[in-house]
Design a protein around this ligand. Structure first.
Ligand code: SF4
Length: 349
């Protein structure tokens, strides 16, 4: 059975077929080529850039895998004020960024009102830009307030769609049910929604990954972010092995074929486990990169995992470096708001 051909044509496989494709390297060459062909049919050689602004590394949660979890007493904490955030946007806009991603831990210091004020200010100053939020689980009312203030996209990885696996990665105070509800609330409000999961996280099985794919098929997100699990020394998972690059690349390709229109980043985590990781991610079907726009003096402090790359460079250097990397992989970065292309648009043309 030609699983790759079947996946390309039908955008789906049975659980058994997916398991074979996920666990074996023998399909990789054909799989990567099919995924690249699919992304080129829809997105050409364009790669969208998102300017990442990591504005707080405080978090009230205690996820076992995360370097900025509440119980990491050795983390040096920081918060950016509105003016700092706006300065990052100014610089980003000057460099050609048309999407800003405001990312942070779940930090109650920033009330809904504060976040809405920041969002409205960015919206009024940069009308041609998308505002993406990645600030965790909130009530539907809060999400609605952010949307009304001018935010249009929201990233919230589900991390694992298996109840049992979720409990192994998170303390009892957190629940998969809440995480899923948040994602569906965001969709209902009208956000372009991004979700995703870690590859090779502790205790993950192939069956868990298949559950992740099935959950994404239900959610139908616009963006899907996956990256290898990388351990952080100040967490309970410090001694676990990192996730693998091959499996991450294979899954990027599988996701591209199941969700041809999705925006899929080639993540910094992929670039951290291998110097060519981000280029290979693009070749496997990814079409987004997210350089860092955060001020250089705080970048090293936003460490969800160890040895994170690109923490010492100015925004312009980061963009220049990525431009070269993207070009060397055979694609090109575009100055564009980079909205998801919907299937119906193609049909209408
Ligand atoms: S993964 Fe997110 S919610 Fe969990 S501790 Fe880290 S920043 Fe907080």
């Amino acid at each position: 059975m030609d699983f790759v051909k079947k996946l390309s044509e039908e955008r789906n496989l049975s659980d058994c077929e997916l398991k074979e494709l996920i666990e074996s390297s023998k399909y990789d060459e054909g799989l990567f080529a099919a995924a690249d062909k699919k992304r080129r049919e829809i997105y050409g050689d364009e790669v969208y850039i998102r300017g990442l602004i990591e504005f707080t590394n405080y978090c009230k949660n205690n996820c076992y895998y995360c370097g900025i979890r509440r119980d990491n007493k050795n983390a040096e904490r920081y918060r950016l004020g509105e003016e700092d955030i706006l300065a990052c946007c100014e610089e980003g806009h000057r460099l050609g960024f048309r999407t800003f991603v405001l990312q942070g831990g779940e930090d109650p210091f920033y009330t809904d009102k504060m976040l809405c004020d920041i969002i409205s200010e960015i919206r009024s100053r940069f009308e041609d830009c998308a505002i993406t939020l990645s600030v965790g689980e909130k009530t539907k009312e809060s999400y609605k307030a952010f949307f009304d203030a001018g935010a249009n996209r929201y990233l919230l990885r589900h991390e694992t769609a298996s109840e049992a696996h979720y409990k192994k990665l998170h303390p009892d105070s957190m629940s998969l049910e809440t995480r899923k509800k948040c994602l569906f609330d965001l969709k209902e409000i009208g956000f372009q929604v991004g979700s995703g999961f870690m590859v090779g996280s502790p205790y993950q099985t192939t069956e868990n990954i298949i559950e992740d794919i099935r959950f994404l098929q239900k959610l139908q997100p616009d963006m899907i972010g996956i990256g290898p699990f990388i351990s952080h020394e100040e967490t309970p998972f410090s001694s676990f092995e990192n996730g693998g690059m091959e499996l991450t690349l294979r899954l990027i390709s599988i996701l591209r074929l199941i969700f041809p229109y999705a925006l899929i980043p080639s993540t910094t985590a992929l670039g951290t486990i291998n110097p060519q990781g981000r280029e290979l991610g693009l070749k496997a079907g990814a079409n987004v990169v997210m350089p860092n726009l955060s001020p250089v003096n705080v970048r090293k402090l936003y460490t969800l995992y160890d040895n994170k790359i690109c923490t010492g460079e100015e925004a312009a250097q980061c963009k220049g470096c990525l431009e070269n990397r993207v070009k060397s992989a055979g694609y090109r970065i575009v100055t564009d708001i980079g909205n998801v292309k919907k299937e119906k648009e193609k049909i209408c043309r």
